[in-house]
Write a protein that binds this ligand. Sequence first.
Ligand code: ATP
Ligand code: MG
Length: 694
Amino acid sequence: MQQPTTRYQSHPAGVPLSTPLPQTASAPTTTSKELVHPSIDDSFYFRALEKEGIHLNGPQIQAVRHGQGPLLTLAGAGCGKTTVLAARTGYLIAVRGVPASQILLVTFTSKAASEIKERIARIPCITPGAVRAVQARTFHSFGLALLRQSGRQEQILSDYSTRHTIMKILLRRLKAGETYQPETLLAALSSWKMSGEWPSDLPSNTAEEMKIKNILLAYEEWKQGRNQWDFDDILLHTSELLNDPHRLTKLQSRFTYMMVDEFQDTNTVQYDMVQKLSAGHRNLMVVGDDDQTIYSFNGARQESILDFDKVYPDATIIALPINYRSDSRILGLGTALITHNEFRRPKQLVAAGAIGLPPHYASPANVEEEAAFVADHLEEQVRLGKVTYSDIAILHRTAGSSRAMLEQLLLRGIPFIQYGNNTVFYDQSLIKTLMDHLRLSLNPRCKEAYQSTLGPLYIPREDGMSYLVEQENKQPKKYPLIHLSRWDRLKPFQQDAVKERIRLIKKLASLKPKYAIQEMRRLFYDKYLEAGDPLLHTQYKETMTDSLDELESAATQFDTVDQFIAHADELTLRHQQMEAIRDGGAGDAVQLLTIHRAKGMEFLHVYWIGASEGILPHSTALKEQVTQEMKITHPQKTDSKLAKAALEEERRLAYVAVTRAKERLYITSPLHFHGKSAEPSRFLLEAFGILKIK
Ligand code: ATP
Ligand code: MG
């Protein structure tokens, strides 16, 4: 499967080997040891940090010592922003005597919130009680706690696919299913709400606006009727709660110091919460990196960080230019790559991090080969004792782009943790339906697979299953589905469709798996998905097509349906075994995660997979035509501005990926993706000075 020619090289494919490697200068090494004289009152604190191996540099010390008033700490990736937040929290408690419970730290994920607490706990002069008392929260958890205290009891509707399904049903009910995509409307609604507006104030000046408003209000009513809130509702209601002056004053005196990590990703409502909570005392410290805004299409306002000093003209601004995370050549690639974005504050980073190796690049033929190549390589590294599994992260762009990698890890029994997605690709409902048809082609009496055939035949699942089982008990058939063709509840054309489907299923077993999937898509599945099945876990249309293309690509590896199904079943089994082991603790495991999830994290060795055009930058950001979602969520921007913004966001994602690595960064760019040829990501070539002419 794997071509012997694939190997890591010093340059991406297409870049002449004579091109110099991007590299940043080395940093000066003056630290708190020299900068904080023992005679200074607070020197005990810095000595304590040094004992823990934290030797802060000049600007970091300035930020840690910052007392009152607004402070913006702006820095590139890995320059110690989160470190400074934790150290300043400790400083406020240990040196300035601020009660820990008066400090509110807001982060983006609950993992980040617990990590920052761990970092504070490592600072020696802070008691465990004080660490517990510090409020380290996400915007959502902080808001929800306040809302619960105020007596709100709404249930939280967190599952995206449920919301998507509800919207789909409403669209059909309002006869608008032909005109709008549910995901587009959900994105538009979220964007509206996260700009601080209530759904009832949606514009209704034109017939089109009226129509959209009606649908969105129907969705809101559906939730209200069931006493439910989505994530956006939590924030919007929190912001409203903070309009109550009495409550706000109490909170402002409860939390006299506020700090926000990853400030570049705050949306309008979150920013509004921050401003209100800190309005009285103005002891607001925000840290962030405009180059790491990776949620702008979900409402993050990069302007919040870029314009902070306009909103707070008296703000102290501290830049942290020294990166402690990465090898200078890894950082060099990151900085060379991100300078191609126009909408940013320029920065000059220098490296003081570990000495590792320059980034390595390889171009495997396709994602299967890439996965095998990466797995070989990392197994070898572990065997040679260079790293343990837990030092390694594999980063990918979209949830779907890790399918081949996941299979390799499972088949080789490499322990891994995958965040966010806990099923094997073939067991996801969208894919499982087709796999079950293939299973039936091999074994028509495979009971577990019957149910998947009902949806695409437009037969109600529960009733259909009970009828099938009941008939089968009475009179077993070689092809049990045939019972359905005699069910008097079905119209004659549906009964015919059942017979037709059985004929197709019989035929599938003799086809090559790839063609079998294509046949099913052509004959019924694409049309069925287009019409939408409220019971199927729905996904974005784009990702749905992506997943089905991925299935076809996966199937090309196999000659027979039998082999393909055996492979999928083996993966499911191994996955279950892996999960069972993992329940006893993660242990020494590779981390497989999307770049979005890797934000703020760091790893000794990073494998960035899928560094090809169409994957990163993602195909949606490369289209001439911007997507309907982008338009609806950013109505004020022209198409060309949106297309540019989308590409800049992809470039920031690439920057985030590169800057997660400490010592080693391995980048692979598959040459084929979903049956089409793909060039190495333009972001890599640009970093070496090769500009793609569009
Ligand atoms: P990101 O942009 O990815 O969120 P960051 O700016 O928050 O990164 P940190 O995670 O705080 O950066 O720090 C990156 C690494 O550098 C960490 O391993 C941290 O311990 C280390 N570090 C930070 N400051 C120093 C310092 N003064 N001396 C030595 N190591 C440091
Ligand atoms: Mg950070």
